[in-house]
Design a protein around this ligand. Structure first.
Ligand code: 5GP
Ligand code: MG
Length: 198
């Protein structure tokens, strides 16, 4: 593991220390994440440069919280944030569970340019459902941005407009991603030790 003690909490503690024993390895460290988030920010800025009026960012909670917080602070234009909460894994790490909508958007998106931001594109079920729901509300345009894409399972007919990293098919946590509610505050993206959920 690299640089694990570098982010020190204001209280003086090492942020990773309480979680280290549960991690197999760091897959993408905080420096690579930051560099890539800035690049995606530039791609998004270029894409919307003609349509900046009325852009609505729709973070799919809760996994995208850290990503979207960092991403929107690289975007130099006015925007609204309208969150949507879905739940896919109810504590487990398998893809068996159904996607549930837990909370709907707080804004009307009709005639708005909408960018959905999610954490991972895995089987695609979540993104497909969210996209279909929002499309019915007649936005001016609808695009998608995901931090991670698992290339093993991502369907051929569904892709995101902006992708942070293509990753292997391992269960990852950190940078907003959880296992059973934990590890979201880990600054890096890490592979969880499989013994914890097998
Ligand atoms: P899909 O519907 O594409 O199969 O799954 C996407 C959702 O499942 C993601 O938005 C994410 O919430 C969750 N997910 C998929 N893979 C992982 C993973 O490796 N770690 C975590 N924490 N969540 C995952
Ligand atoms: Mg999700």
């Amino acid at each position: 593991m690299r640089r694990e003690s570098e982010i020190v909490a204001p209280s003086g503690g090492d942020i990773i220390a309480p979680m280290r024993q549960d991690l197999d390895r760091i897959l993408i460290d905080r420096d690579r994440i930051r560099t890539r988030v800035e690049e995606i920010g530039r791609e998004i800025t270029a894409t919307y440069s003609d349509d900046l009026g009325g852009l609505v960012i729709v973070p799919v909670l809760a996994g995208s919280i850290i990503f979207v917080a960092d991403l929107i602070r690289t975007l130099p234009f006015k925007m609204k944030i309208s969150v949507m909460t879905v739940s896919r894994y109810r504590g487990a790490t398998t893809t068996g569970g159904a996607t549930q909508f837990l909370q709907d958007l707080s804004h009307d998106i009709r005639d708005r340019h909408v960018l959905i931001v999610d954490d991972i594109l895995d089987s695609g079920t979540t993104l497909r459902m969210v996209t279909a729901q929002l499309q019915e509300r007649l936005p001016a345009s609808l695009r998608t941005c995901v931090l991670l894409r698992k290339t093993a399972k991502a369907p051929k007919d569904l892709t995101a407009d902006f992708v942070g990293f293509d990753i292997e098919d391992s269960f990852v946590v950190g940078y907003g991603l959880d296992y059973d509610g934990h590890y979201r505050n880990l600054p890096d993206i890490a592979v969880l030790r499989p013994e914890l959920y097998e």
